[in-house]
Design a protein around this ligand. Structure first.
Ligand code: PLP
Length: 450
């Protein structure tokens, strides 16, 4: 065994699969076995595994200028071009972009910029951030505190109170409804509970609320109709900013440019990473509106600098990767393709799995989806210890399909955006064989009661 500390891995079960190369939507292991990458790596390899145009753009940039920082007035062409390009794309007024290397660090940058901004406008008490149960926003200290998944919090003793994080309900009707509650009643209840919490905390102390338009790691939750409309009205009423974490949804994943577009969100702040460069080079962006930037100008002048920045903020090769990726999205109509093939994938998933005895809910939009694996289809009872998700992932892997189980028993699909209809058919054929095999195994082990 090597000495790597593997992220998000049980240390008693490391180094199970070594991937050596990729082609299109496929990857290959060290035994030469081919897999469909049904989760686009970690929800990120939108253009698949062999886009030579992006590789060439990075290589060319590395030959010309492998590094230039962006501190203290220094800059370079690719970073300015990327900001201009993104500015024309995003639904944020007169947007400004702080570049980093990961979704987590972008969320931390936002966390700090919010404090910086409210200090600048003389409201230092406006510092709490609302996040949702089951939300995933990364693992650095502030972003990790905004994340609500138990494994990301356990044993790390994050300074949650010092970071002033408030948690509210996850908008998942299937697992969160009470009794015979309708979707509309569910939405009403969780928004009323949020408003009670805001009033109890004092709205003047709350800066922003962070949401993934459609969640990823918490099980691909698509909030019900009316949720975002009600949520935004509530936040605007109490002067709380809307912060859309688009790290997974951004750039075509949900069948539109951003998850905010798909879900009808008008964000004040946005976070990007992953598909911004199709994961060919690490890059992230924390997006703020012009009025927030303008309010911070004097403050930076007083201190002498805006004292935040990473060595690799706006790395030239990362910017070159993002610029080429965005050019390909536009030129090849990748978002439109994702909308069309995504609608097909959603239909086929429902046709193939809605009646499956171990599937309680099929959900998703565009090219992101999940099957909720349950022990009892009628009651929706979960499978103990996330064993359904784990068994299905293993069985799908044996069939040549890499998927990921999230939030225990949610089997997630998030293939590269370049996937074709025929490839969707093949992916779902392998998924069906895998889920059926997992069902037989769990049934024989007595873990299902349906
Ligand atoms: C919605 C969301 N935000 C933030 C992150 C953190 O991104 P990174 O792993 O690049 O730090 C992720 C990662 O999956 C994510 O899904």
């Amino acid at each position: 065994m090597s000495s790597v500390i593997y992220p998000t891995t049980n240390f008693t079960a490391t180094e199970q699969l070594c991937i050596t190369h990729g082609e299109g939507i496929h990857v290959y292991d060290s035994d030469g076995k081919e897999y469909i990458e049904g989760l686009a790596g970690l929800w990120c390899t939108s253009l698949g595994y062999s886009n030579s145009e992006v590789v060439e753009a990075i290589t060319e940039q590395l030959h010309r200028l492998p590094f230039q920082h962006t501190f203290g007035g220094k800059t370079h062409e690719p970073v300015m071009q990327l900001a201009d390009k993104l500015k024309a794309m995003v639904p944020v007024e007169d947007a400004y972009f702080f570049f980093g290397n990961s979704g987590s660090d972008a969320n931390d940058s936002h966390y700090k910029m919010l404090r910086y901004y409210f200090n600048a406008i003389g409201k230092p008490e406006k510092r709490k951030i609302i996040t949702r149960e089951r939300g995933y926003h990364g693992v650095t200290v502030a972003a990790g505190a905004l994340t609500s998944l138990p494994a990301n919090l356990a044993h790390f003793d994050a300074p949650l109170e010092a970071l002033s994080i408030l948690r509210t309900d996850a908008p998942h009707y299937y697992t969160g409804r009470k009794g015979n509650e309708t979707e509309a009643q569910f939405v009403d209840r969780i928004l009323t509970s949020l408003e009670d919490q805001i009033l109890a905390e004092d709205p003047a102390t709350i800066a922003a609320m962070i949401v993934e338009p459609i969640t990823g790691a918490s099980g691909v939750i698509v909030p019900p109709e009316g949720y975002y409309e009600g949520l935004q009205a509530l936040l605007r009423k109490h002067d709380i900013l809307v912060w859309a974490d688009e790290v997974i949804c951004g750039f075509g994943r949900t069948g539109a440019d951003f998850g905010s577009t798909t879900m009808g969100i008008k964000p004040d702040l946005m976070t990007f990473a992953k598909q911004l460069s199709s994961a060919y080079f690490p890059i992230s962006a924390a997006v703020i509106p012009g009025w927030m930037y303008d309010a911070m100008i004097d403050q930076t002048n007083q201190v002498g600098v805006f004292g935040h920045g990473y060595t690799y903020s706006g790395h030239p090769a990362a910017c070159a990767a993002a610029l080429k990726t965005l050019e390909i999205y536009e030129r090849d109509g990748i978002f439109e393709h994702a909308a069309e093939v995504g609608a097909y994938m959603q239909t086929r998933l429902r046709e193939m799995f809605e009646d499956h005895p171990m599937v309680g809910e099929v959900r998703g939009k565009g090219l992101i989806a999940a099957l909720e694996l349950v022990s009892n289809k009628t009651t929706g009872a979960t499978i103990a210890g996330g064993k359904g998700g784990a068994a299905a992932v293993q069985a799908c892997q044996a069939e040549g399909l890499i998927l990921r189980a999230v939030a225990g028993n949610a089997l997630a699909f998030c293939p590269p955006l370049i996937i074709t209809r025929d490839e969707v058919d093949e992916m779902l054929r392998r998924a069906k064989a895998g889920v059926d095999a997992a069902y037989d195994q769990l049934k024989s082990e007595g873990l299902l009661d349906g």
